[in-house]
Design a protein around this ligand. Structure first.
Ligand SMILES: *Cc1c(COP(=O)(O)O)cnc(C)c1O
Length: 416
């Protein structure tokens, strides 16, 4: 049978927490002809994006751009500053943190894993996957490292598998309080351009990021923001690296070029994204995500379902995880919502598989697309027989229509 009704009309609701919905303006920018990557026009593009990307990371130092997914930039970060067998302290906040830990092991490092080990009644098997990085645990461990064998502390800024945004400045303070020389390495693949991130002010040595989350681009480019200390360490670090090596790229970037063929059309998109984000101002972008997050959480609370993040101080402005009642298959609910309403939600990853789903509130969204997302989820919950306490749709509408919050509404695009 022909499935003519599969992608019926209107837009697909891509509400996974990355890739995020891409603005038309960025898609159009990417449709320009591909140019000579050694020619003068390309140099101007390269210099522009390399000049502006630092404003997003809030750094004066180099930001390396790779034609790779975020996972590539994770590998780049580790291989540029680590040597075989190095001891690294990695904090497990969720699935992405655990994947970075697995990668460190595969690269021949010796990760030591810290995780919150308290009691959680809703998710007894994954208590640390509901909370942020506990900086005091890091401080305590570093103080006990009297031989200074720990070479780096690795943390995830916005844990995309759970919807928890950790306090990175607190981690910096913990390292300083212990007087420890370890590098601070941060995965902000989904945090950047959605939640505040201050590479220089927070004393981060390497920030890893990617294109397809807060930057609103398709997948395919990723980043390492690099501190002078990390650059210095990279000169003597011994893990093998070639494609990922910072030195040649940073050298060629001085004139706006790369040592190999960069992905030209994604860089057109990046240039457009930087104009949009910096044109609005990062503070406006962060306030918008905070407001969206609060609206979506109001809906989840009205349903009476637990939010994956158990600590309100670290709710993510970028996505919200929703735990379903024991015995309900969250993936079956997600599939029903996808098939009936053409709405994609993020699946529960790793230890959370089948127990929860994730609602993305990032990218080219607005109040009404998020109300529609909540409506799709609410209908799907009811169709699946999941009992809900009240209406999430009413709650998010009340949140978005309450004065004075609407003064923070997304500014309209103005023609220059
Ligand atoms: C998306 C994501 C990754 C993985 O990035 P890929 O582009 O899929 O390789 C890693 N960490 C976090 C926190 C992410 O959100």
């Amino acid at each position: 049978m022909l499935q003519l009704d599969f992608h019926p009309t209107g837009r697909h609701f891509l509400q996974i927490p990355g890739p995020s919905p891409v603005p038309d303006r960025i898609l159009r920018a990417m449709s320009l002809p591909t140019i000579d990557h050694r020619g003068p026009e390309f140099g101007a593009l390269g210099r522009k994006v390399l000049g502006d990307i630092g404003k997003i990371f809030k750094t004066q130092h180099p930001v390396v751009i790779y034609p790779a997914s975020g996972t590539g930039a994770w590998e780049a970060a580790l291989t540029n500053v680590m040597s075989p067998g190095d001891h690294v302290l990695m904090y497990e906040t969720g699935h992405f943190a655990s994947l970075w830990i697995k990668m460190a092991t595969r690269l021949g490092l010796r990760p030591e894993v810290l995780a919150w080990d308290g009691v959680d009644k809703d998710l007894p098997h994954a208590p640390s996957w509901r909370r942020g990085v506990q900086a005091d645990m890091i401080e305590d461990r570093l103080r006990r490292d009297t031989e200074r064998t720990i070479k780096a502390v690795c943390v995830v800024h916005n844990e995309t598998s759970t919807g928890v945004t950790s306090d990175i400045a607190a981690v910096r303070k913990a390292i300083d309080a212990a007087g420890h020389p370890a590098l601070l390495m941060v995965d902000s693949i989904s945090g950047l351009a959605g939640a505040d991130l201050e590479h220089d002010a927070w004393g981060i040595d390497v920030t890893v990021s990617g294109s397809q989350k807060g930057l609103m681009l398709p997948p395919g480019i990723s980043f390492n923001a690099v501190s002078p200390k990390a650059l210095e360490v990279s000169k003597t670090a011994k893990l093998p690296r070639a494609f990922w090596a910072w030195d040649e790229i940073i050298e060629m970037n001085k004139n706006g070029y790369w040592p190999y063929t960069p992905n030209t059309n994604l860089l057109y998109g990046l240039s457009e994204a930087l104009d949009m984000i910096l044109g609005q101002g990062l503070e406006v972008v962060f306030a918008r995500h905070q407001r969206w997050g609060a609206g979506v959480r109001a809906a989840v609370q009205a349903w009476g379902l637990p939010i994956q993040c158990a600590d309100p101080a670290v709710y993510s402005p970028i996505l919200t995880g929703v735990i379903l009642p024991e015995g309900v298959d969250a993936d079956a609910v997600r599939t029903l919502i996808y098939e009936r309403f053409d709405l994609s939600l993020g699946q529960g990853l790793g230890k959370l598989r089948g127990r929860m789903f994730r609602l993305g509130h990032l990218g080219d969204s607005n109040d009404l697309t998020l109300v529609a997302m909540v409506a799709g989820v609410e209908m799907g919950l009811k169709l699946s027989g999941v009992p809900v306490a009240g209406s999430g749709v009413e709650a998010i509408m009340a949140h978005f229509s309450a004065p004075p919050a609407n003064t923070q509404a997304q500014p309209r695009l103005r023609v220059a």
